[in-house]
Design a protein around this ligand. Structure first.
Ligand code: FMN
Length: 444
């Protein structure tokens, strides 16, 4: 039976809003390395495919009291530190194509891939916010951001291939470390970037670090299906998840890719306990930390709408949402919950606080595993991105109770069988698009 892929979205202050208020959360230690290393070690002992760090380059949500999605751990420096404290687990970090340059990004990821022995992955995002930190007044429209992103990824991939695999020769007699004939200036000229190249470091162990993408809108899915190996997505509903996965794989096939090269990995927020009653108790405790008015501000921020006049026990009226065609995928989930399912503003605040639109489940390891198995076997996904509701205990329970249950069912590996992130994902090392003797040899 095929195995699930399991990664974890590392939120050191916990995925459930304000879960850091729980005694024992080690919230004082954020953003230090010691606490994070403990999380990384737990994940590696559970044999997860990868640690995943999101990133935002602004403090807007933090100023609204939302510490969940924060920039406290800059992904590349953090993952480099964790590379030294782990051996096998993949290391996926987010860098925005709106706020970086392709040459920097190619270097950062290539360096991480070298330092970690082939464990690097890049979550490609476009940014809707944070521009003023870079002296830019307003964010471009989504279509424009994704066009830049598509070109950005092309440049980065060419830079990663700009050294042939056999360019480093270490010829002591001739005193030549590399053969410059085996490097290529890429001389890229596009609508957004002009990049000379080559990169200033050798092709990395994975050839190209793993590409990850999480857009669920039209342009987001176009980019993901064209380039990504992992698609992250928020899918609270089984049937819609099945349809999303099928659509993503069909789009990949249309672009000449093998559907198996594209792993669809929705998020899940599991509260795991020894009994249903204990799980419900923990869930109630987590909810008790919420500040409802702070939650109102956070949802207003997500929807970019003023909600200050609304009654807490009424649903958000449909007209407060952006028009259907312009909703982001996450706004679409909140709209469905409010307008179609009739959740009141208060209920939506609690729901968002625990799940941010992802699937949320509280139960024993067996009941949570039942749900995951059901989704996996229904074709809704190739695995899950585990969002730990609270740290470190909530994550420890995921690693020591839930993952072993999945292993016992034959749904997840018990040992790493390879060394690179591509190995964990069952993906081949890509050939160098510019060819080269080493590739020719590998192909024989
Ligand atoms: C699991 C997951 C993680 C994400 N992580 C980030 C992130 O770290 N930084 C960011 O700017 N956007 C992040 N996003 C947002 C997506 O990259 C994308 O911008 C968002 O889904 C809106 O795009 P869409 O309208 O195409 O869906 C994440 C989305 C998901 C589902």
């Amino acid at each position: 039976m095929a195995h699930m892929h399991l990664t974890t979205f590392v939120m050191p202050l916990g995925y459930h809003r304000n879960s850091w208020c729980r005694p024992g959360s080690r919230a004082e230690e954020v953003p230090g390395l010691g606490f994070l290393s403990d999380i990384a070690r737990m994940a590696e002992e559970a044999k997860l495919d990868a640690l995943f760090f999101g990133d935002v380059a602004h403090a807007t949500s933090t100023l609204r009291g939302d510490t969940m999605m924060n920039g406290f751990y800059e992904p590349m420096t953090t993952l480099a530190a964790l590379a030294a404290r782990t051996e096998r687990i993949g290391l996926i970090g987010t860098l925005s194509t709106s706020l970086y340059e392709p040459y920097n990004v190619a270097r950062l990821l290539s360096s991480l891939d070298h330092l970690s022995g082939g464990r690097a992955g890049w979550n490609i995002v476009t940014s809707a916010d944070g521009y003023r930190n870079f002296g830019i007044e307003a964010a471009p429209e989504p279509e424009e951001r994704y066009r830049r992103s598509e070109e950005f990824v092309r440049v980065v991939e060419e830079l990663w291939d700009s050294w042939s695999d056999d360019a480093v020769i270490v010829d002591r007699a001739e005193r030549r470390w590399l053969d410059p004939e085996r490097l290529r200036r890429i001389d890229f000229e596009g609508d957004y970037f002009r990049v000379e190249g080559p990169l200033n470091m050798p092709r990395s162990p994975q050839g190209r670090p793993v590409l990850v993408q999480a857009g669920s809108s039209g342009p987001g899915m176009r980019l993901g299906s064209a380039v990504a190996n992992i698609i992250y997505t928020a899918q609270p509903d089984l049937q819609q998840a099945v349809e999303f996965s099928a659509r993503m794989k069909a789009l990949a096939a249309e672009q000449g890719r093998e559907p198996g090269e594209v792993k669809v990995i929705p998020g899940i927020v599991p509260v795991v306990a020894d009994s249903q009653a204990e799980a419900d108790e923990i869930a109630a405790e987590l909810s008790s930390f919420l500040d409802v008015e702070q939650g109102r501000l956070q949802i207003a921020g997500d929807l970019q709408a003023d909600l200050s006049d609304l009654e807490l026990d009424e649903p958000i009226p449909a007209e407060r949402f952006a028009s259907i065609g312009t909703l982001s995928s996450r706004q679409g989930i909140y709209r469905r919950k409010s307008v179609e399912q009739g959740l009141s503003l208060r209920e939506l605040i609690y729901d968002r606080a625990r799940s941010t639109g992802h699937q949320w489940v509280a139960g024993t390891a067996e009941t949570v595993a039942d749900r995951m198995q059901q989704w996996f076997e229904a074709g809704a996904c190739d695995g899950f991105n585990l969002n730990s509701p609270y740290n470190p205990d909530g994550f420890e329970r995921i690693c020591t109770k839930l993952v072993p249950e999945l292993q016992n069912r034959g749904l997840f590996r018990s040992e790493y069988t390879g060394v690179t992130l591509r190995d964990h994902l069952g993906l081949p090392r890509p050939a160098n698009r510019f060819g080269g003797a080493a590739d020719a040899e590998r192909a024989r």
